[in-house]
Design a protein around this ligand. Structure first.
Ligand code: IYR
Length: 229
């Protein structure tokens, strides 16, 4: 996509301009808030399948995110193969056992207590899809030479946020999971050394008996998360 000499500055009239009245804007803002505040991270998934098409469209949404120099330094590996999900689960649980057995330290374990997590990661085999997010620390031209990427964590995290919103909008539940370290994902998914795994997102439908920790409903009020000048 990026070939050193072919891209140049070429402004075009703003496409897809959004014409909206002030009143409709209020309604739109509220409607989206109402939608997003009903997104809950779920740990108990059902095995109900999710069509690949839906996952693909949500990944297209993620791919619309803004990024440093428009380099789009992300890769999403979508896994539905049960054998591969099992391998990922086994390797993630190995890391998590170390984490919960002391690697995390007391303060971290105490912070997680109200969330109710432990080293068993059933969702990694039960959820129909795992999307593994990779950040491309550098890119490569077709001739193999490297180019720099910019604001990689910021760009990838924005795209990941778009993806979570898109999946929720499609009626799916998600769980963001970050085993530490995550190197094993590079090998399991055959990704190049230039890419760093940042997250596993389990995607699917919640089980009939899914719960959320009550603390998940405690969101900081606007006054605390914002200031206006
Ligand atoms: N990676 C571990 C620990 C964990 C850490 C945080 I911060 C969380 O919000 C939740 C879990 C795990 O997935 O269990």
């Amino acid at each position: 996509m990026f070939s050193r000499d072919t891209l140049s500055y070429d402004p075009i009239p703003l496409p897809d301009r959004c014409e909206i009245s002030d009143a409709d804007m209020q309604d739109a803002a509220v409607a989206f808030f109402e939608k997003m505040r009903r997104r809950h991270t779920v740990r108990d998934f059902s095995t109900r399948p999710v069509a690949r098409d839906v996952i693909e469209t949500c990944l297209r949404t993620a791919g619309t995110a803004p990024s440093g120099a428009n380099h789009q330094p992300w890769h999403f590996a979508a896994v539905s193969d049960p054998k591969l999900k099992l391998r990922i689960r086994e390797e993630a649980e190995e890391e998590e056992r170390r984490f919960y057995a002391g690697g995390a330290g007391d303060e971290w374990i105490k912070a997680l207590e109200p969330i109710g997590t432990n080293a068993v990661k059933e969702h990694l085999t039960v959820a129909p899809w795992l999307i593994v997010v990779f950040a491309q620390r550098w890119g490569q031209f077709e001739d193999g030479t490297r180019y720099k990427n910019y604001y990689v964590p910021e760009s990838v995290n924005i795209a990941t946020g778009f993806l979570l919103a898109a999946l929720h909008h499609a009626g799916l539940s998600t769980l963001t999971h970050t085993p530490n370290p995550m190197r094993f994902l590079t090998d399991a998914l055959g990704r190049p050394a230039s890419e760093k795994p940042t997250m596993i997102i389990a995607v699917g439908h919640p089980s009939e008996t899914a719960t959320v920790p009550s603390v998940a409903k405690l969101k900081k009020p606007l006054e605390e998360i914002s200031s206006f000048f």
